[in-house]
Structure formats: C-alpha cells, structure tokens
Design a protein around this ligand. Structure first.
Ligand code: IMP
Length: 208
C-alpha cells in the first residue's frame, strides 16, 4: 500500500469540494450522498484504492469513529470523516451498542445479528431502543464530532427489507412501520445518521 495518494487524485479532492468518507459500506455511502444532496461530493475508500480493514477496537462510538478517521488521516494527510453507529437496547443494558456490527460473532451477517437480538428480546416487554451515530471529521488537522440519535422500539419479528442492518426490527417512535419498511428518504429524514450528517453538512458549508 502506497503511503501517498497519487498527486492527481489529491488535487482533485482538494479543489473539487470532495471529501473522503472512511467507509466501503455502499448503503451508508448512498444514504450520506442523498442527505448531502450534492452540497459536497463524497468519495469512499475504494476510490483511493484503500482496501485494508481498519481496526475498530474502541470502547465507545466516539473512539471507533475517531480511530477510523485517524487511520486514514495519519497515512494520507487528507480531510476525511468516518461514522460509527450502535443500536442501544435498554433491556439489554445498551447492547449491542459499540458491538453492533459483529454482535453474532466475527464474520456474521446482518441477518445473524437480527436473529440474535430477537432471541435475546423474546421475553422482554421493555422494547425501548435507540440508534446513535457519531461522526468524526478531520478538517485542517482538527477533529470535530457530530452526533445523531433516533429513539424507537424493537419489533417482535422482522418487517420490511429496505435499508440494512437492524432496520427491519427497529420501529421509530411515532411511526407504525420499521426502518425496513420505509423508503430511503423517509428514513433519512428522521434517522440517527440523517441528524449527524445534517450537523456535519451545516458545519462544512460554513467552513469550506
Ligand atoms: P458501523 O460500525 O457504523 O458500520 O455500524 C455497526 C452496525 O450497526 C452495522 O454493521 C449495522 O449492523 C448497524 N447499523 C449501522 N447503521 C445502521 C442503520 O442505519 N440501520 C440499521 N442498522 C445499522
């Protein structure tokens, strides 16, 4: 892995109002591009030919988000942002939380995680949960954090197949359908990531 971005790519990133999103998760990328609505162009890790796994060994969403953006900044010295999201379920003492991605074990699928949560919640009447997203932005060598939260309930079975991850079992408060049953724009308007990204976008439009 080269430690330097090709100069042409670096110039493009700086002058074309592009910012690097430290992810290769296509779902997240599409969500964020939709929310930013062309205000700024977002590129992902594969666009800079970076395919290494970045460790997420923090104990909090802030630590993990920061670890990901620093991993890229330390190698390439380019402005970038990363996000980390957790589903916090009250009856499970905040789990899966920071372990949301690999809750059912290393290499598990979204569906494995959903099944594990539904099994653990089988006899629980308190279904209260929230999604929390933390974004770490590194801009001009300074780090900034943005947070978004959406509260809701864990359903008793999967409903809908839009979105990704835990979407089919999360029903936001005040709605009678899960994120998995919502079109993307409806989810983005109220979601944890939507809130965090709007804060990021407002900040960037003042700074850039
Ligand atoms: P990440 O570490 O930010 O990629 O998120 C950890 C895990 O949380 C993902 O692997 C998904 O299972 C889940 N997740 C993140 N964002 C969402 C979302 O918007 N809806 C449902 N699940 C999500």
């Amino acid at each position: 892995m080269s430690l330097h971005l090709p100069i042409k790519l670096l110039i493009t990133l700086i002058f074309m109002r592009k910012i690097l999103f430290v992810t290769n998760n296509q779902h997240k990328l599409i969500e964020i591009k939709t929310i930013l609505n062309g205000k700024m162009e977002v590129v992902k890790l594969s666009d800079i030919h970076f395919y290494e796994e970045i460790p997420e060994t923090g104990q909090t969403l802030h630590e993990n988000a920061s670890q990901k953006s620093h991993a890229i900044f330390d190698q390439f010295q380019i402005d970038c942002f990363s996000d980390d999201t957790g589903l916090e379920i009250d009856a499970l003492n905040g789990r899966p939380g920071v372990y949301s991605a690999r809750y059912a074990g290393e290499g598990c699928s979204f569906h494995n995680n959903v099944v594990k949560v539904l099994n653990e919640m089988e006899n629980e009447s308190n279904r209260f949960a929230r999604f929390r997203t933390v974004i770490s932005l590194i801009l001009n060598r300074e780090e900034y954090f943005f947070e978004g939260v959406v509260e809701g309930e864990i359903t008793r079975f999967e409903q809908g197949n839009s979105g990704f991850g835990y979407d089919p079992i999360f029903r936001p408060l005040g709605f009678n359908k899960t994120f998995g049953e919502m079109p993307d724009d409806e989810k983005n308007a109220i979601s944890h990531r939507g809130e965090a990204v709007h804060k990021l976008a407002a900040f960037l439009s003042e700074k850039i």
